[in-house]
Design a protein around this ligand. Structure first.
Ligand SMILES: [Ca+2]
Ligand SMILES: [Ca+2]
Length: 239
């Protein structure tokens, strides 16, 4: 082997190791929440959303009629009202929004929702961890026949109600639930409901927005400075 061969081999090995590390990183990241992940239900599955108890009304993937219309799959969740399994509207996900939300920079979950039932819904998120739980302080009110609406569930501390310290809860999330209740407590009250959801995504921390805002402030300051500089110059007569 020449020295040049050795160098080439070294580069190849470095590439292989780097590739393996990237793969390992992406595999472990796949197990927890990541910014930008989106569930559009186009694979025909329920996208890891289910009901907690043996409900006779299991969520269903509907092949058409999502926000984009024809051929846009969405998930249909139903509840019966009354009592027993299936009486409450709830969708549980134990896969896609787990782990350290704070470390992942996730501070909200956005989705499209459509109230296909006859009763108005008060939608909230319930976040569960081994260190306690938390729930949306304010509901997203969705009237009957709402059509598809894009809604944002905030996971910022100021938008959550919790008896447990929020830090540890959001650092070790084991599942989230989308549910209906007029009050900020889980579980919700029984209701006969029919709810479509689609395009469920994890959204980034406002830190990113603050950065943008900071950048805009700098730009604004620069613009003001420029205007002042321009103003100091003798006015050009208009013709
Ligand atoms: Ca879809
Ligand atoms: Ca489709």
């Amino acid at each position: 082997m020449t020295s040049s061969d050795n160098k080439t081999l070294g580069k190849r090995l470095t590439g292989v190791v780097a590739g393996a590390m990237l793969l390992a990183g992406s595999l472990s990241a796949g197990a927890a929440v990541t910014i930008g992940q989106i569930e559009d239900f186009e694979d025909g599955t329920t996208g890891n959303w289910g009901t907690g108890q043996p409900s006779p009304l299991q969520p269903q993937n509907i092949g058409s009629g999502g926000p984009a219309g024809l051929d846009d799959n969405y998930l249909l969740a139903r509840s019966s009202g009354g009592a027993g399994a299936g009486s409450r509207l709830v969708l549980i996900n134990e896969v896609d929004f787990t782990g350290d939300l704070a470390a992942a920079g996730v501070t909200g979950i956005n989705m499209d929702v459509n109230n296909l039932g006859a009763t108005a819904l008060s939608l909230r998120l319930f976040v569960e961890s081994a260190k306690g739980n938390t729930v949306s302080t304010n509901a997203i009110e969705l009237p009957s026949g709402s059509g598809w609406q894009s809604v944002a569930f905030s996971l910022l501390p100021e938008d959550l109600s919790s008896t447990s310290p929020l830090g540890p809860v959001l650092a070790a999330v084991t599942q989230i639930r989308l549910f209906h209740n007029a009050a900020a407590v889980f579980p919700g009250s029984p209701i006969a409901a029919s709810l479509g959801i689609d395009n469920v995504s994890a959204v980034p921390e406002p830190g990113a927005k603050w950065l943008t805002a900071g950048g805009l402030c700098l730009l604004g300051a620069y613009a003001v400075a420029r205007r002042r500089q321009v103003a100091k110059q003798p006015a050009t007569p208009r013709h």
